[in-house]
Ligand binder design. Structure first.
Ligand code: FAD
Length: 397
């Protein structure tokens, strides 16, 4: 057995057993496979390696002196985009699903790692290797819960597949990049989404019950650029709740400890990232990191309307005010929250400045969380770019 194959002797963990990262585990799925052999180097919450893996993946480090790279990672270009004909029921306009379908249809890949949901539960993630466009479409829309996407990695090696697309969020992609060379692939493509504030299935239930008027009919939701949470319901109706009206005191504990310790909001190691937060309201935001990402975007360019990214407003006072407010779990009465939502939507940060607002507030919160709960990890766990971002603000003790 060669050293490349030595992982095959390792045994996946049984469901429910304690994970190597303990409470910080994000359930990325690596430990459900024999690739657990590499968990110490691969797990984003045991060994943070973004800087090093960015250089190996994109052939250069992030330029920390360039504000856009400091915040959004290594990239060649960014744009706002939306599908001319949106995919019905996708999270936004379905750019992610469309790229994956094109890659499969044109024979660039033999399979796509993505996540469907279980038959019984709309929000219970079920990772698969899709081999048809129908299977990719059945994975559209976010499963806003920790999802073990990498649990299918053993099947890839066994299937003999040589060309693969993986869709995933930052913690999954860090672990994937760390074991990439062991998968026996000729070409790996990585399509990422940003990710923040993910929850366990139980945490999601609490969030829905505390925040929505009709938790049982919610089919998807998003924290949008207009400072409101938008819930889509089964009957097609939409419900909005201002961020500032969320019951922070009740919701403080629902986010997974992994997400409270994450500094890879923008999925630094993907070839291309498709989100929304750097784009105007109702548009998606695309970050092309390297030549592979550019090749992927070219496949769907003729299906998209695009426009240059914009940046307006000044996020910093709002971020500085939000830090102690979150820390002390301040909850505004609904009328005040709605008023604040309207005002901030009119004069608040837009485009890339909105994305920086969200990154700043989450990194500040997460820095405090790691400092208070895992102080011994703080220096090594927080990447240099995040230290610089957090360093712009005054934090409580
Ligand atoms: P679709 O075509 O609907 O495809 C969605 C794809 O996401 C599917 O292929 C599916 O496999 C994959 N997926 C779904 N759930 C998961 C999961 N739990 N883990 C891994 N992969 C999954 N974007 C921002 O700009 N800012 C944010 O703050 C932000 N937060 C997010 C939080 C979570 C938990 C998730 C999962 C995504 C988040 N995104 C965020 C990304 C954004 O919500 C959209 O997913 C993205 O814009 C793609 O939309 P789409 O219509 O092109 O995707």
């Amino acid at each position: 057995m060669t050293s490349i194959e030595s992982h095959k002797k390792a045994k996946a963990l049984k469901p429910g057993s304690v994970r190597p990262a303990k409470e910080l585990c994000s359930e990325c799925g690596l430990c459900d496979t024999y690739y657990i052999h590499y968990v110490k180097e691969a797990c984003a919450f045991i060994t943070q390696r973004i800087d090093e893996l960015e250089t190996t993946t994109h052939n250069r480090p992030r330029n920390l002196e360039d504000e856009n790279e400091l915040y959004f990672g290594v990239h060649q270009e960014m744009m706002s985009a939306r599908k001319q004909q949106p995919i019905e029921g996708a999270q936004w306009t379905g750019i992610v699903s469309s790229i994956a379908i094109e890659m499969l249809n044109r024979g660039l890949v033999e399979g796509v790692v993505c996540v469907q949901n279980s038959k019984e539960d709309r929000f219970q993630p079920m990772p698969i290797i899709a081999r048809t466009p129908e299977e990719i479409l059945a994975a559209k829309v976010n499963k806003p819960t920790l999802s073990p996407n990498l649990s299918v990695l053993e099947q890839i090696e066994k299937s003999g597949m040589k060309r693969l697309l993986v869709i995933g969020v930052g913690c999954q992609i860090q672990a994937l990049r760390a074991v990439e060379k062991k998968l026996g692939l000729e070409k790996l493509y990585v399509l990422g989404t940003p990710c923040v504030d993910n929850v366990t299935r139980a945490g999601l239930q609490k969030f829905l019950e505390t925040t929505s008027r009709s938790p049982q009919t919610v089919v998807s939701y998003e924290f949008m650029q207009d400072f409101r949470v938008h819930f889509k319901h089964q009957d097609g109706s939409e419900e909005t709740v201002p961020f500032f009206g969320l019951k922070t005191n009740v919701l403080k504990d629902i986010f997974a400890p992994s997400c409270m310790s994450c500094f890879d909001y923008v999925n630094s190691l993907a070839d291309i990232v498709v989100g929304y937060m750097g784009a105007p309201y109702k548009w998606q935001w695309i970050v092309v990191r390297n030549d592979t990402g550019k090749e992927m975007l070219e496949l769907v360019k003729d299906q998209l309307d695009t426009q240059p990214v914009i940046s307006q407003g000044n996020r910093k006072p709002a971020v500085q005010q939000s830090i102690p407010a979150y820390d002390q779990a301040v909850t505004l009465p609904m009328w005040a929250a709605k008023l604040m939502g309207v005002v901030i939507d009119k004069i608040g940060p837009k485009g890339l400045e909105y994305a920086r607002f969200s990154i700043d507030s989450h990194f500040a919160r997460n820095y405090l969380y790691v400092k208070r709960n895992h102080g011994e990890k703080l220096a090594a766990h927080v990447p240099e770019f995040a230290k610089r971002i957090v360093g712009q603000y005054k934090l409580p003790k």
